[in-house]
Design a binder for this molecule. Structure first.
Ligand code: SF4
Length: 158
């Protein structure tokens, strides 16, 4: 999108009363998050979500966040008539075990000290300086993910 300065993303969250086949299964979600992490290492702040939040969204980690959802505990959302929504912005029938909303994962990433230290160390050790994208080695991870495509995002949905 021309003029975009930042991007974030969500996955679909299944809701009990809505019959939609938009759920991305665990292997596909894993692959997608790996690609987003690789892109984050190249494009840095353009992708808003910190790497640790993407890691928390992976199926092997996600229940540690959703079983103790900080959004449900600490925040609130309103419906179109101004009524308070339970249990979150997705409504009371949202399937927490398959939550795709980035918010609880982002919130969890803000209080996960171990992952914050790891993210900071990784950033100091090898990421390119903001505004540059060509530092040798920094883009290798993304390159490996995108294979022969010249566009890092080009293979993201394959
Ligand atoms: S569906 Fe709502 S309450 Fe459940 S984990 Fe996701 S954000 Fe939290």
């Amino acid at each position: 999108m021309p003029g975009a300065t930042r991007m974030t993303f969500d996955f679909y969250t299944p809701v009990e009363t809505i019959n939609q086949d938009l759920w991305m299964d665990s292997p596909a979600r894993d692959r997608m998050l790996d690609k987003l992490i690789a892109l984050k290492r190249v494009y840095r702040d353009f992708i808003v979500l910190p790497e640790r939040a993407s890691e928390l969204m992976k199926p092997r980690n996600s229940r540690s966040v959703t079983d103790n959802c900080l959004f449900a505990k600490k925040s609130f959302a309103f419906g179109p008539q101004g009524e308070l929504k339970q249990k979150c912005m997705t409504g009371r029938k949202a399937d927490c075990d398959r939550c795709g909303c980035v918010v609880p994962f982002y919130m969890a990433s803000l209080v996960d000290r171990k992952r914050i230290v790891e993210d900071s160390a990784r950033s100091l050790a090898g990421w390119p300086v903001r505004g540059t994208r060509s530092r040798p080695g920094a883009a290798d991870g993304a390159r490996a993910h995108r294979g022969k495509s010249s566009c890092p995002a080009g293979r993201a949905y394959q």
